[in-house]
Ligand binder design. Structure first.
Ligand SMILES: Cc1ncc(COP(=O)(O)O)c(C=O)c1O
Length: 396
């Protein structure tokens, strides 16, 4: 259909279809195994599915409150207090939205204005930068330090200015799996102390940490928490990304502004999902699921890493989250952008995500990177097939 007027100027001229959508479409076109997009193929727990079905049957089918189901907000507050010691008031410091995405969006739109700078640590999840631009802000990109993708505090100190409105952090990190330690929280606090910067802490993979690491949140550091909005996702922790239920917690003064955007953007979301999740988390089954979450994913990460151990793939096992970065420099040249597309189209192919897609399109890594991201939130059989195909690529 032709639009009869003149086309509106694009607010996001640099943005096209995301690499995640593209790779999933290419995988289905060519019948490739899809370990690209970040969703689990593990089923949500049966007791959770039943609780949601029960919520629907018992009438939780109209708008949930704008800020979210109060039982679920109370659970988030209690869980956060128990894990970190920091108290968030469910009435005005926690909001539930359509996935963490909608709350990250609302936070940036509400708090970033024309002329504000937002520091994003690359490689970075793809949502932050376009939303900063929509809000009229300027993106300042700071690279994480190789080889471990640690945060660059020296760089952060240099980049901070009186224009810095927000610093976006993400741990466990998508795509690299890097996690922060207690000293990172302290260092981040020291860097920002005395400034007006707000921290937006994307903690959607929060409880998923490997090898006995501590599942740390910005809320573990009270002074840092006072300037921080924390985003969480029930999609990620309950193997239910399609339900799109996420949350944001932070100081009331910031949350009041975020809710002004949320109420005209999402307003209210998934009433029976919120009610069912609140019920499930109050049950022993819910507590058991959360307690076993990290070990479930560590076992899958180990399966993938063990399967590639004696091959030409090089990697450091992910510290958290459910993605593993793999480097093919030892057996293949060519940019990750070309390579992942070739490997997806190949017979018995495999779809992954090029790591360079998590950097600005003008970054030299777009043509130089030899790293890919594999999602290991998959059934053991799917992972075994992925291992077989990845081994074949490496000539093993
Ligand atoms: C780092 C990060 N933040 C946010 C999200 C979005 O979470 P949700 O599905 O709850 O909107 C994702 C999803 O992949 C993610 O990886």
């Amino acid at each position: 259909m032709d639009f009869p007027g003149s086309a509106p100027a694009s607010k996001l001229p640099q943005v096209g279809t995301t690499i995640f959508t593209e790779m999933s479409a290419l995988a289905s076109e060519h019948g490739a195994l899809n370990v690209a997009q970040g969703f689990p193929d593990l089923a949500p727990p049966a007791a959770l599915r039943q609780a949601v079905a029960h919520a629907m049957e018992s009438g939780a089918n109209q708008y949930a409150p704008m800020a979210g189901n109060i039982r679920l907000r109370e659970w988030i507050a209690a869980d956060c207090e128990q894990r970190t010691g920091t108290i968030y008031h469910p009435a005005d410091e926690i909001t539930i939205g359509a996935g963490a995405s909608s709350m990250l969006f609302a936070a940036i739109m509400a708090l970033v204005s024309e002329g504000d700078e937002v520091i994003i640590m690359e490689p970075a999840y793809d949502l932050y930068a376009p939303v900063v631009r929509l809000a009229g802000g300027t993106v300042r990109r700071l690279e994480r330090n190789l080889p471990d993708y640690d945060l660059d505090y020296q760089g952060l100190r240099t980049m901070l200015s009186r224009h810095t409105r927000m610093v976006v952090v993400n741990s466990p990190h998508n795509p690299t799996g890097a996690t922060w330690g207690r000293e990172d929280l302290e260092e981040l606090h020291r860097c920002l102390d005395g400034s007006d910067a707000i921290v937006l802490s994307d903690e959607v993979y929060g409880p998923i940490v490997h090898d006995g690491r501590e599942a740390l949140s910005a809320a573990h550091h009270p002074a840092l928490a006072a300037r921080t909005l924390i985003a969480g996702s029930f999609g990620k922790v309950l193997h239910a990304t399609g339900w799109k239920i996420g949350w944001l917690a932070g100081p009331a003064a910031l949350m009041a502004e975020v809710r002004k955007v949320h109420q005209y953007d999402v307003f209210s979301t998934g009433a029976p999902f919120q009610a069912g999740i609140a019920e499930f988390l109050s049950q022993e089954a819910g507590q058991t699921h959360l307690a076993e979450l990290a070990s479930t994913y560590t076992a899958l990460r180990n399966r993938l890493c063990d399967g590639l151990q004696d091959t030409a793939w090089s990697f450091a096992p992910a510290e958290g989250g459910y993605f593993q970065v793999l480097d093919y420099a030892a057996f293949h040249s060519g940019s990750d952008q070309d390579v992942v597309r070739d490997w997806t189209r190949a017979p018995q192919g495999i779809a992954t995500i090029p790591l360079s897609s998590f950097y600005d399109p003008s970054h030299p890594l777009r043509t130089e990177s030899t790293r890919i991201r594999v999602c290991f939130a998959k059934q053991p059989d799917t992972l075994d097939l992925a291992i077989e195909r990845l081994r074949r690529l490496a000539g093993s």
